[in-house]
Design a protein around this ligand. Structure first.
Ligand code: R1P
Ligand code: URA
Length: 306
């Protein structure tokens, strides 16, 4: 039974097996190049682009994670569906890293691209567009201390955490090559939120979310005019990548998100366009992962003397 796990520190494994407690993976299940997404359906749609459509290894966990491993142009790649929110991204990244071999010579142990869906909070980034988070990510959270008479701002906004530049450029290049004129691909800052509701500014009369005092979308836009995609996991992925040891390259990560809703206008993408962007966009992200070396990226060129 799940309660009988071994080890209360580091990453516990399930009692009688070597599988991690929540994601359910063990050594050899995952490739170091990982596309991660929210839904099992998107994971399967993207896996159809594995070489020959072949899934070589599949792990479904009791906690709702699904890991599919195959190849892209002969390079092993994995897709991990996480479900939603910071905690699920935390389980996914920590337990995946725990079963991957250590990085060689300062290179990456894992290259990770989140391929999610999002709302757009930027006027000129419409529904049906894909937003690449080359500008990194910030996080907005509802502060419980501001409620129940606590006072203070109901929302807190974190500093920006960067995305991996080489991986972001590869994702942008492959998405543009794949989609051409069919769909726009834009770059910008991602905003992750602690909720789909309160901290994404959705008004719900059933709860006091402090929106009369502070509109969280407007607060982010004032602080970051390039804020584009708003969703729920990218910030935590980039934050953990930044902190993965040995820093700075043990985990390199970025994100691309399909804009399903344009928040300023209220327009939403059609189911058909989302399905197309999931499968074609996912194929492009797999190619970007396969094309990016695990070796540490070359140092950025020195600035010319002033
Ligand atoms: C909310 O509907 C979910 O959709 C977005 C958000 O980040 C959140 O997880 O991403 P996924 O479609 O990848 O789940
Ligand atoms: N996912 C989110 O978190 N927000 C949106 O508006 C759409 C998808």
């Amino acid at each position: 039974a799940e309660a009988c796990y071994r080890g209360t520190n580091a990453v516990p494994r399930q009692g009688s097996s070597a599988r991690t407690l929540h994601v359910g993976v063990t050594e050899g299940d995952l490739a170091p190049r990982i596309l991660t997404c929210g839904t099992v359906e998107r994971a399967r749609a993207v896996a159809a682009s594995f070489d020959g459509g072949v899934v070589e290894r599949e792990v479904a966990s009791a906690r709702g994670f699904l890991s599919l491993t195959g190849r892209c142009g002969g390079v092993p790649v994995s897709i991990v569906a996480t479900g939603m929110g910071v905690a699920m991204m935390d389980f996914m990244l920590r337990e995946s890293v725990a079963v991957l071999p250590a990085a060689a010579d300062g290179g990456a142990r894992a290259l990770v691209v989140r391929f999610g869906t999002c709302g757009s909070i930027r006027e000129d980034a419409a529904e049906g567009t894909i937003a690449v988070s080359s500008g990194g990510s910030t996080f907005i959270r509802r502060d419980p201390d501001a409620f129940g008479g606590g006072g203070g701002s109901p929302y807190q906004i974190c500093s920006v955490v960067p995305a991996d530049a080489e991986l972001s450029a590869a994702v942008l290049r492959e998405l543009r090559a794949e989609l051409g004129e069919e769909a726009a691909v834009v770059e910008g800052l991602n905003v992750s939120a602690c909720s789909f509701y309160s901290s994404q500014g959705r008004r719900d009369p059933a709860f006091d979310d402090g929106h009369e005092e502070c509109d969280p979308v407007e607060a982010v836009r004032r602080m970051h005019p390039d804020a584009t995609s708003m969703e729920m996991e990218t910030f935590h992925l980039l934050d953990l990548a930044r902190c993965a040891r040995p820093t700075p390259h043990a985990v390199r990560a970025t994100a691309a998100s399909i804009i399903v809703a344009h928040r300023p206008s209220g327009r939403v993408a059609s189911a058909a366009s989302v399905a197309l962007l999931e499968s074609r966009g996912g194929a492009a992200v797999l190619r970007a992962l396969a094309a990016t070396p695990l070796a540490a990226p070359p140092p950025s060129p020195a600035l010319p003397p002033a």
